[in-house]
Design a protein around this ligand. Structure first.
Ligand SMILES: CC(C)(COP(=O)(O)OP(=O)(O)OC[C@H]1O[C@@H](n2cnc3c(N)ncnc32)[C@H](O)[C@@H]1OP(=O)(O)O)[C@@H](O)C(=O)NCCC(=O)NCCS
Length: 157
């Protein structure tokens, strides 16, 4: 990343810590607010328990304001979830989470990071493109509520 992008004027200072049980109540509140098909608390719990997961909580002003969930299988990783509470969006929190995830993947010798995103989710797609994720395919009708295609994106690390 170049210096200009890292020094975004609106950038909020956040602390990143591993996702933990104590964060889940706040995480579920954000998750239910942002997604039509929210993950269940057990989905997050499953990742906390897994050593091959790389899941982060973003904290600011003494509260949970965002999170990202990634899991690694040998040299491949999947970013399964990333979200920032509505009132904190647009202040580079997702960038901070994504940069830490990419760094963590590199440290664990991951060579490729995949994700899927709703084809209408412009914000998320812009974010991923900024980090040089490439569109590599489409799964037709992958999502429900509403039915929508998934864009598959990949970042070579
Ligand atoms: C997508 C999401 C995680 C971005 O979080 P965020 O903290 O607001 O993002 P950032 O402030 O770090 O912005 C990073 C980049 O995202 C894109 N972005 C953010 N807000 C945007 C907006 N309103 N319009 C277009 N692009 C936007 C831009 O590329 C931005 O880079 P820039 O600040 O240099 O312009 C957040 O909007 C969110 O939680 N959305 C709902 C959950 C979701 O859709 N998650 C992704 C599932 S695949």
């Amino acid at each position: 990343m170049n210096a200009e992008l890292n020094n975004h004027p609106e950038k909020l200072k956040v602390k990143l810590v591993p996702l933990a049980e104590k964060h889940l109540e706040a995480v579920m509140e954000i998750e239910r607010d942002l997604f039509n098909q929210p993950w269940q608390v057990e989905d997050f719990r499953g990742l906390i328990a897994k050593p091959e997961a790389l899941s982060l909580t973003a904290l600011a002003e003494n509260k949970v304001i965002g999170y990202s969930c990634c899991w690694i299988v040998i040299e491949t990783a999947e970013l399964g979830n990333i979200a920032v509470a509505r009132e904190y969006q647009g202040r580079s929190v997702a960038r901070t989470l994504l940069e830490a995830t990419i760094k963590g993947c590199r440290k664990r010798k991951v060579t490729v990071l995949f994700l899927e995103v709703r084809s209408s989710n412009r914000r998320a797609i812009e974010l991923y493109k900024r980090y040089r994720f490439a569109e590599i395919g489409i799964w037709r009708g992958y999502y429900s509520h509403p039915v929508e295609d998934a864009l598959i994106m990949k970042l070579e690390l």
